[in-house]
Design a binder for this molecule. Structure first.
Ligand code: ADP
Length: 403
């Protein structure tokens, strides 16, 4: 790597999509962002915005057969702006990898052994890790000489104590099948908890934070002195909060009941709980903007879905207040957390005894900046902290390979 190699390409490879951002770690600025969707379908779609040149977003539709073609198309787009993968300024490629199991507690330079271990984890992340592996192999083929770094969604949660990470089931069975709570969205929880400490003018070691990552997927975490001590997602991202399409916490006996009484098989139950539940299952919509609009029009189903969502959120705030003992801040982040003031207001309402309150005027402000929304007198700071998983992945990648 040359001394002025300060750029990091961040790749987030899904089963049929690749999201990417090229960042310059001199100042954390974004040089290009884009997305390839519907890989393998007849009309795949690529959209690319060359922020470095101030150019307009370019979009094209054509068949992109696989991840290899997708990455080549991305490389071509970047080259067209003089930002190609062959540039000596590119320091590394950082890959978002969903499941790192217990082994990967930190970002890791990828070699054959690391790739093998990520492959070994496919049974616990069948939807995500295969796509991540494809992305890594394709990027390696394009630039074999360049460091490739895996940044794991689970890594931040590996500090959870055993009493939080283990399910109360037979230990031999759990260990034989690696069944335990791993947690996800870790990159976001790490970034947001650190930014929250910054917002309070304190070191991460000196604050306890509850992070509420409320996107389409949603998770909460309890972070004590910069270390995760509990999180709401478990073996898979299905556990915990009510999400856009996922049920979150549910009595596991519902699964037996659906099998025995409704005659559903494992795949059907999986689909029901992951894709047809949560807000969409409750009211037909998973977008919080649409749900709020329907509530304003007096829609009862939307109102009940909202109440169920908030009730679960409150339970986690209460539970994590107990887990942490002392809470310095509650931070809202991701699509819903950053934008939906009514969700923030409702989640905190009635929790004054826990030291929580929201100032209505501050809560109504729309801004991209990290900010406090609690009144002066509140014992616990309530914050809105926009997440930035790509910047965090790029930062962790660069810290590992940069000079
Ligand atoms: P993910 O990365 O999990 O797909 P995001 O963090 O982008 O999700 O969040 C997407 C969700 O954010 C949408 O489904 C919607 O519910 C919510 N959202 C986005 N913008 C707004 C807004 N202005 N007001 C309320 N909710 C919003």
């Amino acid at each position: 790597m040359t001394a002025n190699a300060t750029r990091v390409l961040v790749l987030n490879s899904g089963s049929s999509s690749v999201k990417y951002q090229l960042l310059d770690m001199k100042d954390g600025s974004r040089l290009a962002v884009g997305l390839v969707e519907r890989i393998g379908e007849e009309t795949s779609r690529l959209s690319h915005t060359p922020l470095a040149t101030g150019g307009d977003k370019r979009e094209r539709e054509a068949r992109i057969a696989d991840h290899e073609e997708a990455l080549k198309a991305v490389a071509d787009e970047l080259s067209a702006d003089g930002l190609g993968l062959d540039s000596p300024e590119l320091a590394a490629i950082g890959h978002r990898v969903v499941h790192g199991g217990l082994k990967f507690t930190a970002p890791t330079v990828i070699d054959d052994a690391v790739l093998k271990e990520i492959e070994r984890l496919v049974p616990v992340a069948p939807l995500h890790n295969p796509a991540n592996i494809t992305g890594i192999k394709t990027a390696q083929a394009l630039r074999p000489d360049l460091p490739q770094v895996a940044v794991f969604d689970t890594a931040f949660h590996t500090t959870m104590p055993e009493h939080a990470a283990r399910y109360a089931i037979d230990v031999e069975t759990a260990d034989a099948h690696r069944i335990r709570r791993y947690g996800f969205h870790g990159t976001s929880h790490a970034y947001v908890s650190r930014k929250t400490a910054e917002l309070l003018g304190k070191a991460p070691e000196d604050v306890n934070v509850i992070v509420l990552h409320l996107g389409n997927g949603a998770s909460a975490s309890a972070v004590a002195s910069g270390r995760c001590v509990d999180t709401s997602m478990g073996l898979t991202p299905l556990e915990g909060l009510v999400m856009g399409t996922r049920s979150g916490d549910i009595d596991p006996a519902v699964v037996f009941h659906l099998k025995r009484v409704a005659g559903m098989d494992a795949d059907e139950v999986d689909e029901l709980l992951n894709k047809k539940s949560g807000l969409v299952g409750l009211c037909g919509d998973n977008d919080m903007r649409e749900i709020r609009r329907r509530i304003d029009e007096g829609d009862q189903r939307a109102a009940l879905a909202f109440d169920i969502y908030i009730h679960r959120l409150k339970k986690y705030i209460g539970a994590y207040s107990a887990v942490l003992g002392r809470v310095d801040a509650v931070a809202f982040t991701a699509g819903v957390g950053e934008n939906a003031a009514p969700v923030r207001e409702a989640a905190v309402k009635g929790l004054e005894e826990l030291g929580l309150a929201v100032d209505a005027d501050l809560n109504a402000v729309r801004s991209d900046a990290a900010r406090l929304i609690s009144p002066e007198y509140a014992r616990v700071a309530v914050a809105v902290v926009p997440t930035d998983e790509e910047l965090e992945i790029a930062g962790q990648t660069y810290a590992l390979v940069g000079n």
